[in-house]
Ligand binder design. Structure first.
Ligand code: ATP
Ligand code: MG
Length: 567
Protein backbone atom coordinates (compact mmCIF):
# COMPACT_ATOMS: atom_id res chain seq x y z
CA UNK A 1 0.00 0.00 0.00
CA UNK A 2 1.44 3.37 -0.98
CA UNK A 3 2.20 5.64 1.93
CA UNK A 4 0.02 8.44 0.57
CA UNK A 5 -2.99 6.17 1.03
CA UNK A 6 -2.36 6.18 4.72
CA UNK A 7 -4.64 8.31 6.81
CA UNK A 8 -1.84 10.47 8.10
CA UNK A 9 -3.90 13.60 8.39
CA UNK A 10 -7.45 13.79 9.56
CA UNK A 11 -10.24 16.17 10.40
CA UNK A 12 -9.33 16.18 14.08
CA UNK A 13 -5.89 17.52 13.24
CA UNK A 14 -7.51 20.20 11.13
CA UNK A 15 -9.57 21.33 14.12
CA UNK A 16 -6.53 21.35 16.40
CA UNK A 17 -4.46 23.22 13.81
CA UNK A 18 -7.21 25.78 13.62
CA UNK A 19 -7.34 26.15 17.41
CA UNK A 20 -3.59 26.52 17.56
CA UNK A 21 -3.67 29.18 14.84
CA UNK A 22 -6.35 31.09 16.74
CA UNK A 23 -4.62 30.59 20.09
CA UNK A 24 -7.84 29.16 21.54
CA UNK A 25 -6.15 27.19 24.32
CA UNK A 26 -2.97 29.26 24.61
CA UNK A 27 -1.26 26.85 22.25
CA UNK A 28 -1.93 23.87 24.50
CA UNK A 29 -3.00 20.41 23.32
CA UNK A 30 -4.15 18.13 26.11
CA UNK A 31 -6.05 14.92 25.44
CA UNK A 32 -7.17 12.00 27.56
CA UNK A 33 -8.46 8.46 27.41
CA UNK A 34 -11.47 8.10 29.74
CA UNK A 35 -12.44 4.42 30.18
CA UNK A 36 -15.17 3.17 32.43
CA UNK A 37 -13.63 0.33 34.44
CA UNK A 38 -16.48 -2.08 33.70
CA UNK A 39 -14.67 -4.50 31.41
CA UNK A 40 -11.40 -5.12 29.62
CA UNK A 41 -10.29 -2.83 26.83
CA UNK A 42 -10.78 -3.94 23.24
CA UNK A 43 -9.25 -2.95 19.95
CA UNK A 44 -11.75 -0.07 19.56
CA UNK A 45 -10.37 1.37 22.77
CA UNK A 46 -6.85 0.84 21.42
CA UNK A 47 -7.83 3.02 18.48
CA UNK A 48 -9.01 5.74 20.86
CA UNK A 49 -5.91 5.48 23.08
CA UNK A 50 -3.51 5.65 20.15
CA UNK A 51 -5.44 8.53 18.61
CA UNK A 52 -5.45 10.59 21.79
CA UNK A 53 -1.89 9.80 22.75
CA UNK A 54 -0.72 10.24 19.16
CA UNK A 55 -2.24 13.72 18.97
CA UNK A 56 -0.61 14.74 22.25
CA UNK A 57 2.73 13.53 20.91
CA UNK A 58 2.34 15.14 17.50
CA UNK A 59 1.63 18.53 19.07
CA UNK A 60 4.05 18.26 21.99
CA UNK A 61 1.06 18.17 24.32
CA UNK A 62 -0.12 16.05 27.21
CA UNK A 63 -2.16 12.90 27.60
CA UNK A 64 -4.12 11.81 30.68
CA UNK A 65 -5.48 8.44 31.65
CA UNK A 66 -8.70 8.95 33.59
CA UNK A 67 -11.10 6.36 34.85
CA UNK A 68 -14.71 7.48 34.61
CA UNK A 69 -15.63 5.37 37.61
CA UNK A 70 -19.10 6.64 38.46
CA UNK A 71 -20.94 3.33 38.57
CA UNK A 72 -19.89 1.31 41.64
CA UNK A 73 -22.13 -1.66 40.87
CA UNK A 74 -20.43 -2.58 37.60
CA UNK A 75 -16.88 -1.53 38.27
CA UNK A 76 -14.05 -3.51 39.70
CA UNK A 77 -10.43 -3.18 40.69
CA UNK A 78 -9.54 -6.04 38.32
CA UNK A 79 -10.70 -3.93 35.39
CA UNK A 80 -8.74 -0.89 36.55
CA UNK A 81 -5.55 -2.94 36.75
CA UNK A 82 -6.06 -4.58 33.38
CA UNK A 83 -6.73 -1.22 31.73
CA UNK A 84 -3.57 0.31 33.19
CA UNK A 85 -1.55 -2.66 31.96
CA UNK A 86 -3.08 -2.48 28.48
CA UNK A 87 -2.59 1.27 28.00
CA UNK A 88 1.02 0.94 29.13
CA UNK A 89 1.61 -2.04 26.82
CA UNK A 90 0.30 -0.01 23.88
CA UNK A 91 2.98 2.53 24.67
CA UNK A 92 0.77 5.45 25.65
CA UNK A 93 2.44 7.43 28.44
CA UNK A 94 0.30 9.41 30.88
CA UNK A 95 3.41 10.33 32.94
CA UNK A 96 2.07 11.29 36.38
CA UNK A 97 -1.45 12.02 35.19
CA UNK A 98 -3.47 8.97 36.20
CA UNK A 99 -6.82 10.24 37.44
CA UNK A 100 -10.18 8.96 38.59
CA UNK A 101 -13.51 10.75 38.22
CA UNK A 102 -14.17 9.53 41.78
CA UNK A 103 -11.40 11.91 42.93
CA UNK A 104 -13.73 14.70 41.83
CA UNK A 105 -16.80 13.51 43.77
CA UNK A 106 -16.45 16.29 46.40
CA UNK A 107 -16.06 18.95 43.68
CA UNK A 108 -18.98 17.56 41.69
CA UNK A 109 -21.13 17.65 44.81
CA UNK A 110 -20.26 21.30 45.41
CA UNK A 111 -21.06 22.13 41.81
CA UNK A 112 -24.42 20.40 42.14
CA UNK A 113 -25.18 22.55 45.18
CA UNK A 114 -24.19 25.58 43.10
CA UNK A 115 -26.73 24.63 40.42
CA UNK A 116 -29.45 24.05 43.03
CA UNK A 117 -28.77 27.49 44.49
CA UNK A 118 -29.05 28.98 41.01
CA UNK A 119 -32.43 27.29 40.55
CA UNK A 120 -30.95 25.02 37.88
CA UNK A 121 -31.33 21.68 39.62
CA UNK A 122 -33.99 20.03 41.78
CA UNK A 123 -34.61 16.95 43.85
CA UNK A 124 -37.20 14.69 42.27
CA UNK A 125 -39.26 12.03 44.07
CA UNK A 126 -40.28 10.23 40.90
CA UNK A 127 -38.96 6.70 40.63
CA UNK A 128 -36.51 5.86 37.83
CA UNK A 129 -39.40 4.14 35.99
CA UNK A 130 -41.60 7.24 36.31
CA UNK A 131 -38.79 9.46 35.06
CA UNK A 132 -38.34 7.23 32.05
CA UNK A 133 -42.07 7.16 31.38
CA UNK A 134 -42.37 10.97 31.44
CA UNK A 135 -39.34 11.61 29.28
CA UNK A 136 -41.36 11.79 26.04
CA UNK A 137 -40.16 10.46 22.71
CA UNK A 138 -38.28 11.79 19.73
CA UNK A 139 -41.54 13.28 18.44
CA UNK A 140 -43.31 14.11 21.72
CA UNK A 141 -42.11 16.38 24.49
CA UNK A 142 -41.64 15.08 28.02
CA UNK A 143 -43.79 15.99 31.01
CA UNK A 144 -42.59 18.11 33.86
CA UNK A 145 -42.24 16.39 37.21
CA UNK A 146 -44.66 17.58 39.94
CA UNK A 147 -41.52 18.17 42.07
CA UNK A 148 -39.83 20.37 39.50
CA UNK A 149 -40.66 23.64 41.16
CA UNK A 150 -39.62 22.85 44.70
CA UNK A 151 -38.22 25.85 46.51
CA UNK A 152 -34.43 26.11 46.47
CA UNK A 153 -34.15 25.70 50.27
CA UNK A 154 -36.10 22.47 50.18
CA UNK A 155 -33.91 21.15 47.34
CA UNK A 156 -30.75 21.99 49.27
CA UNK A 157 -32.09 20.25 52.36
CA UNK A 158 -33.21 17.13 50.48
CA UNK A 159 -30.00 16.87 48.48
CA UNK A 160 -27.94 17.00 51.64
CA UNK A 161 -30.15 14.35 53.22
CA UNK A 162 -29.70 12.21 50.08
CA UNK A 163 -25.97 12.48 50.62
CA UNK A 164 -26.36 11.64 54.31
CA UNK A 165 -28.03 8.36 53.52
CA UNK A 166 -31.55 9.16 54.66
CA UNK A 167 -33.23 7.69 51.58
CA UNK A 168 -33.21 4.21 50.08
CA UNK A 169 -31.95 3.39 46.61
CA UNK A 170 -34.05 4.91 43.86
CA UNK A 171 -36.16 7.02 46.20
CA UNK A 172 -34.87 10.36 44.97
CA UNK A 173 -32.73 11.85 42.26
CA UNK A 174 -31.20 15.21 41.58
CA UNK A 175 -32.16 16.48 38.14
CA UNK A 176 -30.95 19.39 36.06
CA UNK A 177 -33.73 21.88 35.39
CA UNK A 178 -33.40 22.47 31.67
CA UNK A 179 -36.34 21.90 29.34
CA UNK A 180 -38.79 18.99 29.20
CA UNK A 181 -39.82 20.15 25.73
CA UNK A 182 -36.31 20.17 24.27
CA UNK A 183 -35.94 18.42 20.93
CA UNK A 184 -32.79 16.77 22.27
CA UNK A 185 -33.97 14.28 24.90
CA UNK A 186 -30.66 14.59 26.75
CA UNK A 187 -31.76 18.09 27.74
CA UNK A 188 -35.07 16.95 29.27
CA UNK A 189 -34.10 17.43 32.90
CA UNK A 190 -31.43 14.70 32.97
CA UNK A 191 -30.65 12.95 36.21
CA UNK A 192 -27.41 14.18 37.81
CA UNK A 193 -27.34 12.04 40.96
CA UNK A 194 -28.94 8.85 42.10
CA UNK A 195 -29.17 7.30 45.56
CA UNK A 196 -27.13 4.12 45.56
CA UNK A 197 -26.02 2.43 48.75
CA UNK A 198 -23.08 0.61 47.20
CA UNK A 199 -19.42 0.29 47.97
CA UNK A 200 -17.13 2.01 45.49
CA UNK A 201 -13.77 0.45 44.58
CA UNK A 202 -11.96 3.66 45.57
CA UNK A 203 -14.19 5.77 47.79
CA UNK A 204 -15.52 2.81 49.79
CA UNK A 205 -18.65 3.75 51.75
CA UNK A 206 -17.99 7.49 51.74
CA UNK A 207 -20.85 8.13 49.31
CA UNK A 208 -24.35 6.78 48.91
CA UNK A 209 -25.21 9.11 46.05
CA UNK A 210 -23.32 8.76 42.80
CA UNK A 211 -23.06 11.17 39.87
CA UNK A 212 -24.39 10.06 36.51
CA UNK A 213 -21.79 9.65 33.77
CA UNK A 214 -23.15 12.71 31.92
CA UNK A 215 -22.77 14.89 34.98
CA UNK A 216 -19.26 13.68 35.75
CA UNK A 217 -17.68 13.40 32.34
CA UNK A 218 -17.60 16.96 31.03
CA UNK A 219 -16.69 18.45 34.39
CA UNK A 220 -13.84 15.95 34.79
CA UNK A 221 -12.43 17.05 31.44
CA UNK A 222 -12.80 20.64 32.56
CA UNK A 223 -10.98 20.06 35.88
CA UNK A 224 -8.09 18.47 34.01
CA UNK A 225 -7.81 21.31 31.52
CA UNK A 226 -8.39 18.98 28.59
CA UNK A 227 -8.35 20.98 25.35
CA UNK A 228 -9.82 18.45 22.95
CA UNK A 229 -12.26 15.91 24.39
CA UNK A 230 -12.30 13.28 21.71
CA UNK A 231 -15.09 10.74 21.90
CA UNK A 232 -17.20 8.50 19.72
CA UNK A 233 -20.27 9.62 17.80
CA UNK A 234 -22.90 8.46 20.27
CA UNK A 235 -21.86 11.41 22.45
CA UNK A 236 -22.69 13.98 19.80
CA UNK A 237 -26.20 14.39 21.24
CA UNK A 238 -24.75 14.75 24.72
CA UNK A 239 -22.52 17.65 23.75
CA UNK A 240 -25.27 20.29 24.21
CA UNK A 241 -25.82 18.94 27.74
CA UNK A 242 -22.10 19.00 28.58
CA UNK A 243 -21.96 22.55 27.28
CA UNK A 244 -25.01 23.52 29.31
CA UNK A 245 -23.42 22.25 32.54
CA UNK A 246 -20.13 24.04 31.86
CA UNK A 247 -21.95 27.27 30.96
CA UNK A 248 -24.13 27.21 34.07
CA UNK A 249 -21.11 26.58 36.27
CA UNK A 250 -19.08 29.18 34.38
CA UNK A 251 -16.01 26.95 34.22
CA UNK A 252 -13.35 26.11 31.63
CA UNK A 253 -14.66 24.55 28.39
CA UNK A 254 -12.83 21.83 26.48
CA UNK A 255 -13.84 21.28 22.84
CA UNK A 256 -15.60 18.01 22.23
CA UNK A 257 -14.90 16.28 18.92
CA UNK A 258 -16.72 13.11 17.89
CA UNK A 259 -15.47 10.42 15.52
CA UNK A 260 -16.91 7.13 14.28
CA UNK A 261 -16.14 4.14 16.46
CA UNK A 262 -14.00 1.41 15.06
CA UNK A 263 -15.74 -1.79 14.07
CA UNK A 264 -14.04 -4.90 12.80
CA UNK A 265 -15.29 -7.78 10.67
CA UNK A 266 -15.71 -11.21 12.32
CA UNK A 267 -15.78 -9.47 15.69
CA UNK A 268 -18.19 -8.19 18.32
CA UNK A 269 -16.94 -5.19 20.19
CA UNK A 270 -19.36 -4.10 22.87
CA UNK A 271 -18.24 -4.82 26.41
CA UNK A 272 -21.66 -6.21 27.21
CA UNK A 273 -21.31 -8.86 24.52
CA UNK A 274 -17.69 -9.60 25.40
CA UNK A 275 -18.78 -10.09 29.01
CA UNK A 276 -21.36 -12.62 27.86
CA UNK A 277 -18.70 -14.56 25.96
CA UNK A 278 -16.70 -14.72 29.19
CA UNK A 279 -19.60 -15.50 31.53
CA UNK A 280 -21.11 -18.12 29.26
CA UNK A 281 -17.66 -19.69 28.83
CA UNK A 282 -17.39 -19.50 25.07
CA UNK A 283 -13.83 -18.35 25.80
CA UNK A 284 -11.44 -18.93 28.71
CA UNK A 285 -11.54 -15.34 29.95
CA UNK A 286 -11.31 -11.71 28.83
CA UNK A 287 -7.77 -12.46 27.67
CA UNK A 288 -8.67 -15.49 25.57
CA UNK A 289 -6.55 -15.29 22.40
CA UNK A 290 -9.74 -15.21 20.29
CA UNK A 291 -11.07 -12.12 22.03
CA UNK A 292 -10.70 -8.66 20.45
CA UNK A 293 -9.55 -7.39 23.83
CA UNK A 294 -6.10 -5.87 24.07
CA UNK A 295 -5.11 -8.57 26.56
CA UNK A 296 -6.46 -11.24 24.20
CA UNK A 297 -4.58 -9.80 21.24
CA UNK A 298 -1.43 -9.65 23.35
CA UNK A 299 -1.84 -13.30 24.36
CA UNK A 300 -2.46 -14.21 20.74
CA UNK A 301 0.86 -12.65 19.75
CA UNK A 302 -0.07 -9.20 18.47
CA UNK A 303 2.56 -6.50 18.91
CA UNK A 304 1.83 -2.89 19.97
CA UNK A 305 3.56 -1.81 16.76
CA UNK A 306 1.14 -3.76 14.59
CA UNK A 307 -1.85 -2.22 16.40
CA UNK A 308 -0.37 1.24 15.97
CA UNK A 309 0.13 0.62 12.26
CA UNK A 310 -3.44 -0.63 11.96
CA UNK A 311 -4.88 2.34 13.88
CA UNK A 312 -3.03 4.69 11.59
CA UNK A 313 -4.14 2.94 8.43
CA UNK A 314 -7.84 2.89 9.33
CA UNK A 315 -7.67 6.59 10.19
CA UNK A 316 -10.56 8.50 11.72
CA UNK A 317 -13.95 9.04 10.17
CA UNK A 318 -16.38 11.80 11.00
CA UNK A 319 -19.44 9.77 10.13
CA UNK A 320 -20.34 6.20 10.77
CA UNK A 321 -18.98 4.31 7.81
CA UNK A 322 -17.47 1.04 6.90
CA UNK A 323 -16.29 -1.73 9.16
CA UNK A 324 -12.53 -2.27 9.19
CA UNK A 325 -11.41 -5.50 7.60
CA UNK A 326 -9.88 -8.11 9.88
CA UNK A 327 -7.61 -8.97 6.94
CA UNK A 328 -6.05 -5.49 7.22
CA UNK A 329 -5.36 -5.97 10.92
CA UNK A 330 -3.74 -9.32 10.19
CA UNK A 331 -1.76 -7.79 7.35
CA UNK A 332 -0.30 -5.18 9.74
CA UNK A 333 0.57 -7.98 12.15
CA UNK A 334 2.35 -10.12 9.52
CA UNK A 335 4.19 -7.08 8.29
CA UNK A 336 5.64 -6.56 11.75
CA UNK A 337 6.20 -10.22 12.67
CA UNK A 338 7.92 -10.84 9.36
CA UNK A 339 10.69 -8.53 10.56
CA UNK A 340 10.94 -9.74 14.13
CA UNK A 341 9.94 -13.42 14.31
CA UNK A 342 12.59 -16.13 14.02
CA UNK A 343 11.89 -18.91 11.55
CA UNK A 344 11.88 -22.25 13.28
CA UNK A 345 10.71 -25.76 12.47
CA UNK A 346 7.71 -27.32 14.16
CA UNK A 347 6.01 -30.52 13.07
CA UNK A 348 2.41 -30.39 14.17
CA UNK A 349 1.21 -33.77 12.92
CA UNK A 350 4.35 -35.92 12.96
CA UNK A 351 5.23 -38.82 10.68
CA UNK A 352 8.52 -40.60 11.37
CA UNK A 353 11.15 -40.83 8.63
CA UNK A 354 14.12 -43.18 8.91
CA UNK A 355 17.05 -42.27 6.68
CA UNK A 356 18.38 -45.75 6.04
CA UNK A 357 21.79 -44.79 4.64
CA UNK A 358 22.53 -42.29 7.43
CA UNK A 359 24.86 -43.66 10.18
CA UNK A 360 22.93 -44.70 13.28
CA UNK A 361 25.04 -42.89 15.83
CA UNK A 362 25.73 -39.72 13.92
CA UNK A 363 24.29 -36.33 14.88
CA UNK A 364 25.12 -33.29 12.78
CA UNK A 365 24.61 -29.71 13.80
CA UNK A 366 23.18 -27.88 10.83
CA UNK A 367 23.28 -24.13 10.53
CA UNK A 368 19.90 -22.44 10.07
CA UNK A 369 19.25 -18.78 9.29
CA UNK A 370 17.05 -17.24 11.98
CA UNK A 371 15.40 -14.62 9.84
CA UNK A 372 16.17 -14.02 6.16
CA UNK A 373 14.51 -10.58 6.55
CA UNK A 374 16.90 -9.57 9.29
CA UNK A 375 20.56 -10.60 9.05
CA UNK A 376 21.21 -9.27 12.55
CA UNK A 377 19.22 -12.20 13.91
CA UNK A 378 22.08 -14.49 12.84
CA UNK A 379 21.97 -18.26 12.67
CA UNK A 380 21.51 -21.19 15.03
CA UNK A 381 22.46 -24.85 14.98
CA UNK A 382 19.79 -27.52 14.53
CA UNK A 383 20.54 -31.20 15.17
CA UNK A 384 20.04 -33.66 12.32
CA UNK A 385 20.05 -37.44 12.74
CA UNK A 386 18.94 -40.71 11.17
CA UNK A 387 15.38 -40.49 12.49
CA UNK A 388 13.38 -37.36 11.89
CA UNK A 389 9.76 -36.25 11.82
CA UNK A 390 8.05 -34.57 8.94
CA UNK A 391 4.46 -33.37 8.60
CA UNK A 392 2.09 -36.26 7.90
CA UNK A 393 0.39 -34.41 5.05
CA UNK A 394 3.74 -33.80 3.36
CA UNK A 395 3.56 -37.40 2.19
CA UNK A 396 1.04 -38.95 -0.19
CA UNK A 397 1.13 -42.54 -1.28
CA UNK A 398 -0.86 -41.81 -4.45
CA UNK A 399 -0.17 -38.15 -5.18
CA UNK A 400 -2.11 -36.12 -7.73
CA UNK A 401 -0.18 -34.28 -10.44
CA UNK A 402 1.68 -31.23 -9.13
CA UNK A 403 2.14 -32.69 -5.68
CA UNK A 404 5.77 -31.70 -5.14
CA UNK A 405 6.21 -33.08 -1.67
CA UNK A 406 7.10 -36.61 -0.71
CA UNK A 407 5.66 -39.76 -2.33
CA UNK A 408 7.11 -43.15 -3.17
CA UNK A 409 10.23 -42.61 -5.31
CA UNK A 410 10.07 -38.82 -5.07
CA UNK A 411 12.92 -36.58 -3.91
CA UNK A 412 12.54 -33.44 -1.78
CA UNK A 413 14.76 -31.05 0.11
CA UNK A 414 14.81 -30.99 3.90
CA UNK A 415 15.11 -27.33 4.83
CA UNK A 416 18.72 -26.36 5.66
CA UNK A 417 19.78 -30.05 5.42
CA UNK A 418 19.79 -32.64 2.63
CA UNK A 419 17.84 -34.07 -0.25
CA UNK A 420 15.99 -37.25 0.65
CA UNK A 421 14.22 -39.77 -1.55
CA UNK A 422 11.35 -41.91 -0.35
CA UNK A 423 11.98 -45.63 -0.77
CA UNK A 424 9.14 -47.16 1.18
CA UNK A 425 6.05 -46.39 3.26
CA UNK A 426 5.65 -48.72 6.24
CA UNK A 427 2.06 -49.44 7.35
CA UNK A 428 0.57 -50.92 10.47
CA UNK A 429 -1.96 -53.76 10.51
CA UNK A 430 -4.79 -51.28 9.90
CA UNK A 431 -3.10 -49.91 6.81
CA UNK A 432 -2.10 -46.61 8.39
CA UNK A 433 1.28 -45.27 7.35
CA UNK A 434 3.48 -45.25 10.44
CA UNK A 435 6.93 -44.62 9.02
CA UNK A 436 8.74 -43.71 5.82
CA UNK A 437 12.05 -45.21 4.84
CA UNK A 438 14.15 -42.81 2.83
CA UNK A 439 17.71 -42.39 1.63
CA UNK A 440 19.64 -39.15 1.64
CA UNK A 441 22.25 -37.75 -0.71
CA UNK A 442 25.32 -36.91 1.41
CA UNK A 443 26.51 -34.52 -1.32
CA UNK A 444 23.44 -32.28 -0.93
CA UNK A 445 24.27 -30.87 2.48
CA UNK A 446 22.87 -27.36 2.88
CA UNK A 447 20.04 -28.20 0.49
CA UNK A 448 21.77 -27.99 -2.91
CA UNK A 449 22.86 -30.93 -5.06
CA UNK A 450 26.35 -30.50 -6.63
CA UNK A 451 25.13 -31.93 -9.94
CA UNK A 452 22.59 -29.12 -10.20
CA UNK A 453 19.64 -31.49 -9.88
CA UNK A 454 16.47 -29.65 -8.81
CA UNK A 455 13.69 -30.61 -6.43
CA UNK A 456 10.46 -28.67 -6.16
CA UNK A 457 9.47 -29.42 -2.58
CA UNK A 458 11.14 -28.21 0.60
CA UNK A 459 9.94 -29.73 3.85
CA UNK A 460 10.49 -28.72 7.44
CA UNK A 461 11.55 -31.44 9.86
CA UNK A 462 12.90 -32.10 13.34
CA UNK A 463 15.25 -34.74 14.68
CA UNK A 464 13.19 -37.39 16.47
CA UNK A 465 15.65 -37.83 19.32
CA UNK A 466 16.19 -34.11 19.91
CA UNK A 467 12.80 -32.56 19.29
CA UNK A 468 10.59 -31.95 22.28
CA UNK A 469 6.97 -32.89 22.42
CA UNK A 470 4.70 -29.92 22.94
CA UNK A 471 1.25 -28.42 22.65
CA UNK A 472 0.07 -26.01 20.00
CA UNK A 473 -3.27 -24.21 20.17
CA UNK A 474 -4.56 -23.62 16.71
CA UNK A 475 -6.88 -20.62 16.75
CA UNK A 476 -9.27 -19.50 14.05
CA UNK A 477 -11.75 -16.60 14.12
CA UNK A 478 -14.19 -16.82 16.99
CA UNK A 479 -17.05 -16.00 14.61
CA UNK A 480 -17.62 -17.62 11.27
CA UNK A 481 -19.76 -14.72 10.09
CA UNK A 482 -18.23 -11.49 8.81
CA UNK A 483 -20.88 -9.47 10.66
CA UNK A 484 -21.74 -11.62 13.69
CA UNK A 485 -24.29 -9.14 15.01
CA UNK A 486 -26.43 -9.39 11.90
CA UNK A 487 -29.10 -11.91 12.72
CA UNK A 488 -31.63 -12.93 10.10
CA UNK A 489 -35.27 -12.27 11.12
CA UNK A 490 -36.07 -15.98 11.30
CA UNK A 491 -32.99 -16.58 13.49
CA UNK A 492 -34.01 -13.74 15.77
CA UNK A 493 -37.55 -15.12 15.92
CA UNK A 494 -36.07 -18.42 17.06
CA UNK A 495 -34.37 -16.58 19.92
CA UNK A 496 -30.90 -16.61 18.36
CA UNK A 497 -28.36 -13.86 18.81
CA UNK A 498 -24.73 -13.20 17.88
CA UNK A 499 -23.63 -16.34 19.74
CA UNK A 500 -25.31 -18.36 16.98
CA UNK A 501 -22.42 -17.29 14.75
CA UNK A 502 -19.68 -18.65 16.97
CA UNK A 503 -17.26 -20.81 15.02
CA UNK A 504 -17.28 -24.26 16.67
CA UNK A 505 -13.75 -24.88 15.37
CA UNK A 506 -12.15 -21.69 16.65
CA UNK A 507 -9.75 -23.65 18.88
CA UNK A 508 -8.07 -26.96 18.18
CA UNK A 509 -5.59 -28.18 20.76
CA UNK A 510 -2.80 -30.10 19.04
CA UNK A 511 -0.82 -32.33 21.36
CA UNK A 512 2.12 -34.50 20.45
CA UNK A 513 3.63 -31.86 18.18
CA UNK A 514 7.38 -32.20 17.69
CA UNK A 515 9.24 -28.94 18.02
CA UNK A 516 12.79 -27.81 17.41
CA UNK A 517 14.82 -28.30 20.63
CA UNK A 518 15.53 -24.60 21.21
CA UNK A 519 11.79 -23.91 21.49
CA UNK A 520 11.71 -25.71 24.82
CA UNK A 521 13.31 -22.67 26.42
CA UNK A 522 10.91 -20.21 24.79
CA UNK A 523 9.37 -17.73 27.24
CA UNK A 524 5.83 -16.38 27.49
CA UNK A 525 5.29 -13.76 24.82
CA UNK A 526 8.11 -15.02 22.55
CA UNK A 527 7.07 -15.01 18.90
CA UNK A 528 8.16 -17.32 16.11
CA UNK A 529 7.36 -18.19 12.57
CA UNK A 530 6.83 -21.92 12.30
CA UNK A 531 8.01 -22.48 8.74
CA UNK A 532 5.08 -23.07 6.38
CA UNK A 533 2.53 -22.85 9.23
CA UNK A 534 2.38 -19.23 10.28
CA UNK A 535 3.22 -17.14 13.32
CA UNK A 536 3.03 -18.46 16.87
CA UNK A 537 3.43 -16.95 20.31
CA UNK A 538 4.15 -18.58 23.65
CA UNK A 539 1.00 -18.43 25.76
CA UNK A 540 1.38 -16.12 28.76
CA UNK A 541 -1.28 -17.83 30.85
CA UNK A 542 -0.87 -21.61 30.74
CA UNK A 543 2.80 -22.10 29.83
CA UNK A 544 5.30 -23.27 32.46
CA UNK A 545 9.10 -23.08 32.40
CA UNK A 546 10.34 -25.77 29.99
CA UNK A 547 6.76 -26.45 28.93
CA UNK A 548 5.73 -23.64 26.60
CA UNK A 549 2.34 -23.73 24.92
CA UNK A 550 2.26 -22.12 21.50
CA UNK A 551 -0.73 -20.06 20.37
CA UNK A 552 -1.29 -19.72 16.67
CA UNK A 553 -1.17 -15.99 16.02
CA UNK A 554 -1.92 -15.76 12.31
CA UNK A 555 -1.35 -17.75 9.14
CA UNK A 556 1.09 -16.83 6.40
CA UNK A 557 -1.38 -16.21 3.60
CA UNK A 558 -2.00 -12.50 3.32
CA UNK A 559 -5.46 -11.98 1.85
CA UNK A 560 -5.16 -8.22 2.30
CA UNK A 561 -1.95 -7.93 0.28
CA UNK A 562 -3.64 -9.98 -2.46
CA UNK A 563 -6.62 -7.62 -2.52
CA UNK A 564 -4.41 -4.54 -2.52
CA UNK A 565 -2.32 -5.93 -5.39
CA UNK A 566 -5.48 -6.37 -7.50
CA UNK A 567 -6.55 -2.71 -7.12
P1 ATP B 1 -18.31 -0.33 24.66
O1 ATP B 1 -19.41 0.39 23.97
O2 ATP B 1 -17.46 -1.16 23.76
O3 ATP B 1 -18.76 -1.12 25.83
P2 ATP B 1 -17.66 2.07 25.96
O4 ATP B 1 -17.80 3.21 25.06
O5 ATP B 1 -18.77 1.88 26.89
O6 ATP B 1 -17.31 0.76 25.16
P3 ATP B 1 -15.71 3.32 27.60
O7 ATP B 1 -14.90 2.71 28.66
O8 ATP B 1 -16.72 4.30 27.97
O9 ATP B 1 -16.34 2.12 26.79
O10 ATP B 1 -14.79 3.90 26.47
C1 ATP B 1 -13.67 4.70 26.70
C2 ATP B 1 -13.35 5.48 25.47
O11 ATP B 1 -13.13 4.61 24.38
C3 ATP B 1 -14.49 6.39 25.07
O12 ATP B 1 -13.94 7.65 24.78
C4 ATP B 1 -15.08 5.75 23.87
O13 ATP B 1 -15.63 6.70 23.02
C5 ATP B 1 -13.88 5.04 23.26
N1 ATP B 1 -14.31 3.87 22.49
C6 ATP B 1 -15.08 2.85 22.90
N2 ATP B 1 -15.32 1.98 21.91
C7 ATP B 1 -14.66 2.45 20.82
C8 ATP B 1 -14.50 2.00 19.48
N3 ATP B 1 -15.09 0.88 19.04
N4 ATP B 1 -13.77 2.76 18.62
C9 ATP B 1 -13.17 3.87 19.05
N5 ATP B 1 -13.26 4.35 20.30
C10 ATP B 1 -14.00 3.66 21.19
MG1 MG C 1 -19.03 4.34 27.53
Amino acid sequence: MASDERATSNFIRDIIDDDLAKGTYDGRVHTRFPPEPNGYLHIGHAKSILLNYGLAQTYGGKFNLRFDDTNPTKEEEEYVNSIIEDVRWLGADWEDRLFFASDYFPQLYEWAVQLIKAGKAYVDDLTPEEIRATRGTLTEPGQESPFRNRPIEENLDLFERMKNGEFPNGAKTLRAKIDMGAGNVNLRDPVMYRVLHARHHRTGDAWCIYPMYDWAHGQSDSVEGITHSICTLEFEDHRPLYNWFLDQLGIYHPRQIEFARLDLTYTVMSKRKLLRLVQEKYVDGWDDPRMPTISGLRRRGYTPESLRDFAERVGVAKKKGSVADLALLEHCLRDDLNKRARRVMAVLDPLKVVITNYPEDRVEEIEAVNNPENAAEGTRMVPFAREIYIERDDFMEHPPAKFFRLSPGAEVRLKHAYFIRCQEAVKDAAGKIVELRCTYDPASRGGEAPDGRKVKGTLHWVSAAHAFEGEVRWYENLFSNEFPEEIAPEEAAAGKDFTAHINPHSLRILTGCRLEPMLKEARPGDRFQFLRHGYFCVDNKFSAPGRPIFNRTVGLRDTWAKLAAKD
